[in-house]
Ligand binder design. Structure first.
Ligand code: NAD
Ligand code: ZN
Length: 368
């Protein structure tokens, strides 16, 4: 088992452990109470994950004489809503969960975001633990404390920063994850390489097939290296006032593509497309040297991810959505762009995002 400790906040006063290993879900009866002691645990999961792992998790709590109850909702991005948040909160209230309770988020990013938001707001906030069960949740969404729900106006627009007390990533649960979901998670791993670590990007260029085949060592390396990169960035900038923005590489375009496709794409697929277009934009603006975009595109292709925006999404529509995005300022769209593989444009003074002329954005969105 590998443990990565993340220290958050100005004083680095809050810290928690991210544990990565095989079979460690068997140990949650001891891991959870030592990091997050509570009188009762509300285990929140979606129906798919609950059917696979819910009973096992409850049994480990029972073995350790801990009180735990399962609360589930249907799977899918379209369930990441205020309605799900209020249904879960109301059911916990009806079961008399008090301030001495804690939430266990057992599932992918959807479960982690909703359950985290329930924990952030329940009786003004109770602690929670993340047990991510998708690759994307393990190497990205379970870390950093962003919680929330989607609303008609856009993704993740209502939410809170609320850091978990512990993250337990058991690689064994990836055995049941559908291949398309595994591949979608790889998109965020590629992103981590581009934004912060050229060697890691090169590792993925070599090992993408092994990671996709879930070979133990390469898969473990991808999860732990991505977690280290994300933790390091988040620790410096918990609330995204500065460098944390580099995690949005690929995401300005991705969020527009997702919204335009009515969230019918997987998040990782949209991120893959977004990285290809935004890397091209970085070259067009003279920020990244020639060849950078092609290298990103080649790795995205090798991972089995889609390469460009869906044909049905028009450039006009995508631009309009980007101009409305919460990260846009006064209608001008901002991007986090690489200046090379492994390094992002920007610094503490200028900030970590750049605006781009509309003509360049349009050109970068042209289909091949
Ligand atoms: N909070 C953050 O910082 C952050 C970062 C990135 C993404 N996100 C969010 O994460 C969400 C996407 O997360 P996701 O890709 O994990 O999607 P998801 O939670 O919808 O999970 C994908 C599907 O896989 C199923 N599943 C999960 N684990 C499984 C397993 N072990 N075996 C079999 N099936 C399993 C789920 O039931 C679901 O149908 C998006 O809403 C995105 O906005 C949040
Ligand atoms: Zn993402």
């Amino acid at each position: 088992m590998v443990t990565i400790r993340i220290a958050i906040g100005e004083q680095r006063d809050a810290s928690y452990d991210i544990m990565v290993g095989r079979g460690i879900l068997q140990d949650i009866g001891s891991l959870v109470p030592s990091a997050c002691r509570a009188a009762r645990y509300a285990v929140i999961s979606d129906a798919t994950v609950a059917a696979l792992y819910g009973a096992g998790v409850l049994a480990r709590f029972a073995d350790a004489s801990l009180s735990a109850e399962l609360f589930e909702f249907p799977p899918g991005e379209d369930q990441k809503t205020r309605a799900t948040w209020s249904m879960l909160s109301d059911r916990m209230l009806a079961r008399n969960f008090g301030r001495d309770a804690a939430v266990i988020a057992l599932g992918g990013g959807v479960v982690g975001d909703v359950a985290g938001f329930v924990a952030a707001t329940y009786l003004r906030g109770i602690p929670y633990v993340q047990i991510p069960t998708t690759l994307l949740a393990m190497l990205d969404s379970s870390i950093g404390g962003k919680t929330g729900v989607d609303v008609p106006a856009g993704k993740n627009l209502i939410g809170a920063f609320h850091q978990p007390r512990l993250v337990v990533a058991d690689l064994d649960v990836l055995g049941s994850l559908p291949a398309a979901q595994l591949v979608a998670g790889l998109a965020e791993a590629v992103k981590h390489g581009v934004i912060a670590d050229r060697e890691y990007f090169e590792f993925l260029e070599q090992a993408h097939d092994d990671v996709r085949a879930r070979t133990a060592k390469p898969l473990e390396h991808a999860v732990t290296r991505s977690i280290e990169i994300k933790s390091e960035i988040v620790a410096q900038d918990e609330r995204e006032s500065g460098r944390r923005a580099i995690l949005n590489f690929g995401h300005t375009v991705a969020h527009a593509i997702e919204a335009n496709a009515n969230f019918s794409l997987l998040h990782g697929e949209a991120v893959a497309m977004g990285m290809v277009h935004e890397a091209r934009l970085a070259e067009m603006l003279g920020i990244a040297p020639r060849g950078t975009a092609q290298r990103v595109r080649a790795l995205v292709a090798q991972c089995g991810l889609p390469l460009e925006r869906p044909r049905e999404s028009s450039i006009d529509d995508l631009l309009r959505i980007m101009q409305l995005d919460k990260k846009a300022r006064a209608g001008s769209v901002r991007f986090a762009l690489p200046r090379a593989i492994g390094a992002m444009q920007g610094n503490a003074e200028t900030g970590w995002t750049v605006t781009a002329p509309e003509a360049a954005i349009r050109a970068s969105l042209a289909l091949d």
